[in-house]
Design a protein around this ligand. Structure first.
Ligand code: MRU
Length: 367
């Protein structure tokens, strides 16, 4: 199994996603600041993986506080939480994990600072393990939507590398393959960061799942040719009405899929749902460095001195989404009721769910 995030000898070990596929390098983080930097620079990325990394960052931060004073420890933890929240604004899993970590620390603090430190580390381990189990559940549910022989198009990387393991959208693909179905996957390269070409192609190829890599602007061509049976993507944040924020380019795919009568599925754990936002308009959209667009592998490909935009995500309105695959099953429109029921079931089952936090001030807003 691909080890996206592990913990050994006091270090959080990341499979460095800026180096794949040409180099398989492990990047060690020993401090919260190092891990926050790894999140910002996308050595670790993908919504569920960001949640796990955020929990580990709080565990590392807790270790950095040298004293035993509960109030000072708590203040220190709040500063670490603020640093982690400021890394990337769109994936709600990161904010969810920070809130969950603070709640766990508060529950353990009456037993002392050492107990809170240990509880935070155990939480991070648990989130990672739970995530793999959740992805397998999604894979099993979602496999039912994938016919034998299907040609599936995916965008970005919603695989093992974006999660604790197995993946969300790629988890559904893996689930279908494990169920004995023969699939062919069209992989969008996913400009500008190339998560599709670099990461998804690497993962699927390693698993022996047949794939064809295409550039993003080829998707409509292949749909028009009748060569795509369904689209499946992950999500960074799902608003209460079912609007989905995901990697830039997802919206165009959803519109194309509808125009061609092709089902468009979103696979995401319930930790990606933000009931605090009524619709996608309020989802904060990260704007990344222009150099990701003007440069390719360190080489300038556009003139200097021009305006460049680099929104990292877009919002797909719920009306384009055929179904949302979660660990609690397949949700169909109207999504608000379906999401609330799924989350209530999750709460009944004892899964902690801290209140969603206000989106950070940084980052552009979806229109
Ligand atoms: O900018 P990234 O690479 O973190 O964006 C990742 C995506 O958009 C994924 O599709 C999403 O996080 C789901 S990952 C299971």
């Amino acid at each position: 199994m691909i080890e996206t995030i592990t913990y050994a000898d006091g270090a959080v070990r990341l499979l460095d996603q800026t180096r794949l596929p040409t180099e398989v390098v492990v990047h060690d983080c020993r401090t919260a600041a190092e891990l926050a930097e790894a999140i910002r620079t996308m050595r670790v990325r993908g919504a569920p993986a960001l949640g796990i990394a955020a929990a580990y960052a709080l565990a590392l931060g807790a270790r950095e506080y040298p004293g035993e004073d509960p109030a000072a420890f708590r203040a220190h933890l709040e500063r670490v939480a603020a640093e982690v929240r400021a890394t990337r604004p769109t994936a709600v899993n990161l904010f969810w994990a920070v809130a969950r970590a603070l709640a766990v620390a508060d529950a353990a603090l009456p037993q002392g600072v050492a107990a809170a430190r240990e509880a935070l580390l155990q939480l991070a381990h648990r989130l990672r393990e739970e995530d793999v189990a959740i992805n397998r559940q999604m894979g099993a549910h979602g496999a039912a939507l994938v016919p034998d022989g299907a040609r599936v198009l995916t965008h970005c990387n919603a695989g093992a590398l974006a999660t604790g393991g197995y993946g969300t959208a790629l988890g559904v693909i893996r689930g279908a393959v494990e169920a004995g179905k023969r699939l062919h996957v069209y992989v969008d390269e996913t400009r500008p960061f190339l998560q599709g070409a670099r990461l998804t192609a690497w993962e699927l190829h390693a698993d022996g799942i047949p794939l064809t890599l295409i550039t993003d602007n080829m998707a409509g061509y292949f749909m028009a040719q009748g060569k795509v049976d369904l689209v499946i993507v992950g999500a960074d944040r799902i608003a209460a009405n079912g609007d989905v924020a995901n990697k830039i380019g997802t919206y165009s795919l959803a519109v194309l899929a509808q125009a061609h009568g092709i089902p468009f599925y979103v696979a995401a754990p319930l930790s990606t749902v933000d009931l605090g936002l009524p619709d996608g308009a309020a989802i904060p959209i990260e704007e990344r460095a222009p150099t990701e667009v003007t440069h390719l592998a360190g080489q300038r490909i556009a003139p200097e001195g021009i305006a460049v935009a680099n929104p990292a995500f877009d919002v797909t309105p719920a009306r384009y989404v055929t179904a949302i695959i979660t660990e609690r099953g397949i949700l169909r429109p109207p999504y608000e009721a379906a999401l609330r029921t799924a989350l209530a079931t999750a709460d009944d089952s004892g899964v902690e769910r801290p209140a969603s936090e206000e989106p950070p001030a940084s980052g552009a807003r979806a229109r």
